[in-house]
Design a protein around this ligand. Structure first.
Ligand code: HEC
Ligand code: HEC
Length: 192
């Protein structure tokens, strides 16, 4: 894509003017940027294809591991003992492992240490299904990642990356998700 000098300057001006406003305003959920039709689909448990994963995640949750234990034995039937507020806080710092864990990492810890199973690859469909099932426990809960204390350097590093140009298009995340929020990119509306 060719960008003229003038267009680039106009774009830069937009960047400088818009970024502070978009950064400090209250963020809107990606749900608000979906078409009405997709919103309806998301709210309908039968139409929403994500629920196929929630269901297969539940099956794995109830399946015995190498040591004959199941997730349910510690976390209750269908995850009843899991705390939704806590699930919505991931990624979270693990004092024991001295590093931040995504929800999927934490499930992997239980998968290997509590069920004695062989570790799964990070993008293994079984692990993704388990994560979707567990994450769905916190449906409607506000995402609430603690960015203080031990998490602070990770937050700062992520923030720096967010504003750094890289990748094939040499763009920053902010270009699409702060400056062009609400605009269409092919068939999709850019969320914050
Ligand atoms: C060229 C434009 C572009 C750039 C650059 C870009 N994205 Fe996106 N991103 C999209 C589009 C399009 C979607 C799908 C529509 C939406 O939800 O915004 C998307 C979706 C997302 C979503 C899911 C949002 C939701 O509500 O479901 C996240 C999270 C995200 N991007 C993060 C990032 C991060 C982090 C970066 C930088 C590494 C980045 N994006 C860079 C275009 C972009
Ligand atoms: C023997 C008991 C036991 C079993 C079995 C077990 N866990 Fe855990 N789980 C724990 C304990 C204890 C923690 C607290 C953190 C830690 O020590 O890793 C935990 C933490 C978690 C958390 C984080 C909860 C939070 O609020 O932060 C999730 C999610 C989780 N386990 C999912 C699973 C899944 C999925 C399975 C099955 C693959 C499983 N666990 C099997 C004991 C267990």
């Amino acid at each position: 894509m060719k960008v003229t000098h003038k267009a680039f300057l106009a774009w830069m001006a937009g960047f400088i003017l818009l970024v502070p406003q978009t950064l400090f305003a209250e963020l809107i959920s990606g749900y608000e940027f979906l078409s009405e039709q997709t919103q309806e689909m998301q709210l309908d448990d039968f139409q929403n294809p994500g629920y196929l994963l929630v269901e297969s995640g539940l099956e794995i949750y109830e399946k015995s591991g190498e040591n004959e234990q199941t997730c349910a034995e510690c976390h209750g039937d269908a995850g009843k003992k899991l705390v939704p507020e806590s699930i919505a806080q991931y990624p979270k710092y693990s004092q024991a492992l001295d590093k931040p864990l995504t929800l999927r990492d934490q499930i992997q810890v239980c998968w290997t240490e509590r069920l004695d199973n062989f570790p799964l690859l990070y993008d293994d469909p079984e692990l993704l299904a388990l994560e979707t099932f567990i994450r769905n426990k916190a449906f409607g809960e506000k995402v609430n990642v603690d960015i203080d204390g031990a998490m602070q350097p990770f937050y700062e590093a992520g923030k720096k990356l967010y504003f750094t140009r890289f990748g094939q298009m040499d763009m920053t995340c902010a270009q699409c998700h702060d400056i062009y929020t609400g605009k269409m990119l092919r068939g999709q509306k850019l969320s914050q």
